[in-house]
Design a protein around this ligand. Structure first.
Ligand code: AMP
Ligand code: MG
Length: 431
């Protein structure tokens, strides 16, 4: 465990002071303003670690990577064929050259190649200095120790030049880069077997509510299984985060306080679901005010109105609403980017957002941002069309299963007529 102030930027301003200084209404907080507020307090973790390449997959690079040599190292052939001097065939059809030897993949042909001569070469074979194009073998007529070429040969064709992928001493990956298979492959192509990455982020989470039953228990009337534990687990796991799953915590002040304190000691970030809505917030509010600095908002959005954000000890705290759809929507809109930022990712991944034709009418009241669950598909005219999944209640988790996108309706927007363009945010880009 780390001491709190090495985990999170210790210079950050007071959340409570900032929330008082800002000219917003905590009972109707615009989505963008809440996101900008949280962003001010979030910084990358300080600690880094050296990891072997395979283990580094899914981590964020904490150093710039400079290419130690040209990639490829030498000019080489992109085809199986013949390497020659372009000037010898220049536009003419039926030129015959003598074949003096062969360069296999990764090999250099040691001999000299004089006028009237060419070299048989395999893909990856080194193109000797002086030769400047490769003609694929299927465009030639081989003879006895000679080969005849057709017309239309271009200078430099099928030659892969030294350094055309990466130049020696060039920065080829930057600090902040999330390491995907392409990046680990590229590092391997430079012979780099170990890199410095930001350490993994630790997130503790629990569900609150007396009505919740864990899987394995039997549901009584009015009780529900704790599904948020699984959606939050899934969303965090897919980001490559270390989890501390604290299960269900009863709506009991002493137990909750102990769990909040323990979570904040163990993790960089604490996420809870439930307990921040109007009826429940009061005692939690008082408790969190004792434990740290937390602001409680009603976000001008649907679903997912209540949201709490703050610091408990050195840990960031996100108090998400309890409704299962609200949990996912608020996680994606308010938690995901701060987590990436704490993980060191720079630039932050953009959410693919684009316009699509809405095939049905949508009811929408101005004054709040709505995230309806939608199904996006190709339309007959070659564009994209979207329809809502159906019932949009914040407890209808099956809407998240059916959806492949959010239909995002900005604050000022009113009802949507069939055929109008709406903004769409892909779920695939979120996870
Ligand atoms: P709350 O925000 O605590 O008032 O909860 C709002 C609604 O979400 C209630 O109907 C809860 O039963 C439901 N809910 C809260 N937590 C969970 C959970 N972990 N899993 C499933 N439903 C939940
Ligand atoms: Mg509750």
């Amino acid at each position: 465990m780390n001491s709190p102030d090495t985990r999170i930027d210790p210079t950050a301003e007071s959340i409570r002071a900032a929330s008082c200084a800002d000219d917003y209404d905590p009972n109707s907080m615009p989505v963008d303003k809440a996101r900008a507020f949280i962003d001010r307090f979030v910084a990358p973790v300080a600690e880094t670690q050296r990891l072997p390449l395979r283990a580094a997959l899914g981590h964020v690079l904490a150093e710039d990577i400079v290419s130690p040599f040209d990639v490829p190292l030498a000019d080489n052939s992109a085809m199986d064929g013949y390497a020659l001097r372009h000037a010898e065939v220049d536009g003419r059809d039926g030129v015959t050259l003598k074949v003096v030897g062969t360069a296999f993949a990764g090999r250099t042909y040691a001999g000299a190649i004089g006028p009237g001569e060419c070299l048989r070469i395999m893909t990856g074979g080194v193109v000797p200095a002086g030769l400047d194009c490769v003609v694929p073998q299927e465009h030639t007529r081989p003879g006895d120790g000679v080969v005849t070429f057709g017309a239309g040969i271009r200078h430099a064709q099928n030659v892969r030049y030294a350094g055309e992928d990466m130049r020696r001493d060039a920065v080829v990956l930057r600090r902040g880069q999330w390491l995907r298979p392409a990046e680990t492959g590229l590092l391997a192509s430079l012979g780099i077997g170990e890199v410095t990455v930001f350490r993994r982020l630790r997130v503790a989470f629990f569900s609150t509510g007396d009505e919740l039953v864990s899987i394995g228990g039997t549901l009584g009337e009015g009780q529900v299984y704790d599904s948020n534990r699984y959606t939050i687990h899934g969303m965090l796991t897919r980001m490559g985060i270390d989890l501390i799953d604290m299960g269900v915590v009863r709506d009991d002040p002493a137990t909750l306080e102990a769990q909040f304190a323990q979570a904040a000691r163990a993790a960089d970030v604490v996420i809870t679901s439930g307990g921040v809505s109007v009826g429940e917030a009061d005692f939690i509010k008082q408790m969190l005010e004792r434990l740290g600095e937390v602001v409680f908002w009603k976000i001008a959005m649907k679903p997912g109105r209540p949201l709490a954000y703050g610091k408990i000890g050195g840990a960031h705290f996100f108090g998400l609403p309890g409704n299962p759809v609200s949990v996912m929507v608020t996680f994606y809109q308010f938690v995901r980017e701060p987590l990436w930022k704490m993980m060191g990712r720079d630039p932050l991944p953009l959410l693919p957002v684009f316009k699509a034709t809405c095939t049905t009418a949508l009811k929408k009241a101005p004054g709040r941002t709505e995230f309806q669950r939608g199904v996006l598909s190709a339309s007959a005219d070659g564009g994209w069309q979207v329809r809502p999944t159906g019932e949009q209640g914040s407890g209808i988790l099956s809407s998240m299963v059916q959806a492949n996108c959010f239909i995002v309706m900005p604050e000022a927007q009113g009802n949507v007529a069939p055929g109008a363009l709406v903004e769409v945010q892909m779920l695939e880009g979120l996870i």
